[in-house]
Design a protein around this ligand. Sequence first.
Ligand code: CTP
Length: 213
Amino acid sequence: MRILITAGPTREYLDDVRYISNASSGRMGYALAQAALDAGHEVILVSGPVSLEPPPGATVCRVETTEQMRAACLKWFPQCDGVIAAAAVCDYKPRERIAGKISKTGGPISIEMIETDDVLAELGNSKGRRWVVGFALEAANPRENALQKLRAKNCDLVVLNGPEAIGSEENCVELIDSSGHPLARWEGSKRSIARRLIEWIDGHFTPQVNSGR
Ligand code: CTP
């Protein structure tokens, strides 16, 4: 299959030198890219800024902002069989990006933030026969919230994890489908979880766009 994978954080700029972002390392998405390649798949890796080397063999599309991630995903998704959205996308961006550099005022300042586009929801809503796997990072009511995200973003599967996953080498995940019940629970290195998730995908989803593998 040809699999689209999103990874890493996005950045949203306040001015030309400052941005807000998050501490995502990109490890989960990059491990998934490696595991998918190892299993014989083709990988399109849409990656926010991270310090990792992409796995050789992946087609890499480097992006910075959520808007750039959205554009890259919308371009590639129609040619893919499915998507795994492991990116930690910034949910908010400043209403406007100031040209140059915001100067100090001597007092507090406020910055109005608006929601970014939901990349995964857009892919889910245009998926046709393609399969869609999202991640859900939950601190409270994890299963309930994961199921809500699965529905809202039209996913076939959600990989539920917690805030401790951000920036870590390890992870602990549950797979949630539309029943809302956990199908599996895996704990260990992100590489081992990535291998198991790709195996799971191979066993449950079939090629939809690219025949053959
Ligand atoms: N996601 C996305 N675009 C966004 C926000 C999230 O594509 N603007 C994707 C993530 O890559 C992930 C899934 O949606 O696969 C869920 O992300 P998560 O951060 O858990 O949830 P949010 O939808 O951002 O909601 P909240 O922060 O309120 O929990």
